[in-house]
Design a protein around this ligand. Sequence first.
Ligand code: NAD
Length: 320
Amino acid sequence: MTTALVCGAGGFIGGHLAKRLAAAGVRVRGVDLKAHAYAPWPGEAFTIGDLRDPRVADAAVTPDLDAVYQLAADMGGAGYIFTGAHDAAILHNSAMCNLNVLEACRRHGVPRIFYSSSACIYPEGIQQDPRNPGLREADAYPAQPDSDYGWEKLFSERLYLAYHRNCGIAVRIARFHNVFGPEGDFDGGREKAPAAICRKVAGAADGGEIEIWGDGEQTRSFLYIDECLEGVARLMDSDFTGPVNIGSDELISINGLARMTAEIAGKRIRLRHVPGPLGVRGRRSENSLIAERLGWRPTRPLREGMERTYRWIEARLRAG
Ligand code: NAD
């Protein structure tokens, strides 16, 4: 692959992906509503543009591209996607990006497109147990995601699969599970649990207290950004369309994540449980399919990624 476009390149995963592609010698272009907040652009052209506008998508997706990575989405952590207050915006904005980018790929003959779906597509009913044995790809149907963010992702998965069947575009669909790492939002309301906990612990005194939403016994599996990108690269190089989980199978409760972070910080921290948006009770990636089809699965321990993420957030806070 020589030339690629990253949609959502001003965001957390898109920014890291652009860096990885550029380091591999790919000519990378990017498009996003905003420039990246924490990292310089590593590639060729970066365009500020709104992909809800079909003319912007049409100008960004040029016929010389070997691949498009579509990561642009109206998204955030539980404080953004689970309150219900942003459902119309999420459905409208993200669907418009996907409709426009895919149609531009078809019109300009782009041979291959990656789409970042989410673990949020899985049915709410099978995620009530905090010891979740793991969500298999086939569990998606009959569908009952717990958020409109998840419904949009499921609709868009179907959209990509339909373009693949009807228009001959090679599509690659990954369901990301809670990706985290440095150079992502850690405040402002859209941050996700690992970054929010790092920020709270970094801001607390030794012996102090931080707030945790709910009883903190809800569980998740969190995937470090480098492993996520390795999975994306392997999926793009493969002949497997997906959808496939790209997630860790190391399950931890939110209380456990907070205790791990306090340990990394070398602080004694008390947890104060307060009401807040929670999402499902237990969610974990099941990785048989990725192992079988790509000969690989994420394996690095959560703690390693949390140490890097904590150090980065702590340094940003100290720098003001
Ligand atoms: P992010 O919010 O950091 O990045 C998304 C980017 O899309 C942002 O920079 C945003 O400005 C851009 N964008 C939004 N609307 C746009 C528009 N109309 N036009 C142009 N750009 C627009 O999120 P992220 O964590 O980097 O996630 C990237 C992708 O991966 C998203 O599609 C997300 O749904 C998916 N995903 C992420 C996770 C995760 O844990 N981070 C989990 C599952 C799925």
